[in-house]
Design a binder for this molecule. Structure first.
Ligand code: OFO
Length: 164
């Protein structure tokens, strides 16, 4: 049986993942308005990935015969100053999500909830990948600086995620 505290944290994480999905969808729409369709496609896929993460938590809570409690999703911000600004925020956001997963892992260990601890291993690995992906793009944007041609080619590269 999963303890009440862990169920509460799992439901909280479910909300974080849905909020991430919402935030990245908002970022995707920003890129659309900036005519950066490759960045927009990348972010839209990211938004869908976050939804899948949320569903993993949703399925797990039900599988252990506990109650899913959906919570309010705050409206995400919808204004950024540049692609650099978006990826600074993305990287920061992913680090916050990692901290939240770590808190959950810590709680599962403290409560000797080895099933939940085992379930969370996937999220630990995923967060390493997500932070690395966001940082890589952030570094590329920094490298490009004000070079519009560079941004054009990076946008084309970002579109590749949709095709892969
Ligand atoms: Fe769900 O991995 Fe990003 O936030």
């Amino acid at each position: 049986m999963v303890k009440e505290k862990i169920v509460r944290l799992l439901n909280k994480q479910l909300n974080h993942e849905l909020s991430s999905s919402y935030l990245y969808l908002s970022m995707s729409s920003y890129f659309e308005t900036e005519k950066l369709s490759g960045f927009a496609a990348w972010m839209k896929i990211q938004s869908q990935e976050e939804y899948k993460h949320a569903m993993k938590l949703y399925d797990y809570v039900l599988q252990v015969n506990e109650q899913v409690v959906l919570q309010k999703i705050e409206a995400p911000i919808n204004k950024w100053t540049s692609p650099l600004n978006v990826f600074q925020e993305t990287y920061k956001h992913e680090k916050q999500i990692t901290a939240s997963i770590d808190e959950l892992v810590e709680a599962a260990l403290t409560e000797k909830d080895y099933a939940t601890f085992n379930f969370l291993q996937w999220f630990i690995t995923e967060q390493v990948e997500e932070e690395a992906a966001a940082l890589l793009i952030l570094d590329k944007i920094k490298l490009i600086g004000d070079n519009k041609t560079g941004l054009f080619f990076l946008d084309r590269e970002m579109a590749g995620r949709a095709r892969s």
